[in-house]
Design a protein around this ligand. Structure first.
Ligand code: GUN
Length: 296
């Protein structure tokens, strides 16, 4: 079987058009949606993500704030910045880019972000709301994967979704989204991880396999059922002397081999990647809409 490619670039374009219309409607009411991103230190991957988020905000005509703080900043100074953004009415949503330098307490930072502005959907109140099926915000990467499935016409109802990986950012919220009632969900979900016994036996049962384990080419063709839909959330930089940069991005799935077996598959790059920022923007627009409704 040769598989169909699911491209985040195409799906996100569609969502951006919808967001543009919502942003225009907000502007007619005098509201410019504002998103702030806090970057602590100079982690190269984080710098790229933060730059892309700022560029996308600007291209959508949103108010964009990037707060850069030195890597040796104190917990108190970072908490003070979070409090300032919690109070800033021009910032409808914000996030603190992770990972933070090891001397900082990530959990304390996340817990101090106002749930109303928590566009990452990392605050326990928002995670809990999502879990019970009454969400405010949706977690960006899992919601992006869900939109790719829905907008590619892939049925999820009653399907066996196997999630590989149990991180708080992808694996756990992905599972939580897909077990909910309703369109784009209603799935039977299994989560497997680094301590799972007989992992390939379980991944082979997946109708939809979502992989977010952070290990280059972890999923090989023998771990995938013929005709499965394979969503690769991984972004791993590996050495490649043939590239001018000396490296390239690969996913958590052995794409070349698995694409011969899957009915549909996401490439890396160009697959899930563009969806994360897109869904983050959607959360920021939602926060602005809610804030503007509250004002009336
Ligand atoms: N680091 C990697 N992904 C993310 C994300 O979605 N949000 C934040 N804040 N940090 C990240």
């Amino acid at each position: 079987m040769t598989s169909r490619l699911i491209l985040g670039k195409d799906v996100s374009e569609e969502i951006y058009l919808e967001l543009r219309a919502r942003i225009a409607a907000l502007k007619e009411r005098g509201v410019v949606p504002g998103l702030a991103v806090v970057l602590v230190g100079d982690d190269p991957a984080s710098q790229v993500y933060v730059r892309k988020k700022g560029e996308m905000c600007e291209s959508l005509g949103m108010h964009s704030v990037t707060v850069r703080m030195p890597g040796d900043i104190s917990q108190e100074a970072l908490m003070a910045k979070v409090e300032e953004l919690n109070r800033d009415p021009s910032v409808h949503g914000f996030l603190v880019q992770l990972p933070l330098p090891s001397h900082l307490d990530e959990e304390q930072v996340i817990n101090s972000i106002s749930p109303d502005k928590d566009v990452d959907c990392f605050h326990p109140a928002n995670v809990g709301r999502m879990l019970i099926g009454n969400p405010d915000f949706l977690p960006a990467t899992p919601a992006g994967v869900q939109q790719m499935l829905v907008r590619s016409g892939i049925e999820t109802k009653g399907k066996h979704v196997v999630v590989v990986g149990r991180s708080n950012i992808v694996g756990k919220p992905m599972a939580a989204l897909m077990i909910q009632k309703g369109a784009g969900a209603d799935s039977t979900v299994t989560v497997v991880h680094s301590r799972t016994k007989n992992l390939p036996e379980i991944t082979r049962q997946a109708d939809i396999l979502v992989v977010a384990i952070g290990k280059p080419r972890f999923v090989t063709a023998d771990m995938v059922k013929e005709g499965a839909v394979v969503i690769d959330v991984g972004t791993n930089r590996v050495d490649d002397p043939s590239k001018p940069s000396g490296s390239r991005l690969v996913g958590d799935v052995d794409f070349e081999a698995v694409k011969e077996k899957a009915s549909a598959i996401t490439p890396v790059p160009g697959g899930v990647g563009p969806m994360t920022i897109c869904m983050l923007m959607a959360n920021a627009v939602k926060a602005a809409e809610r804030a503007s409704e509250a004002r009336i």
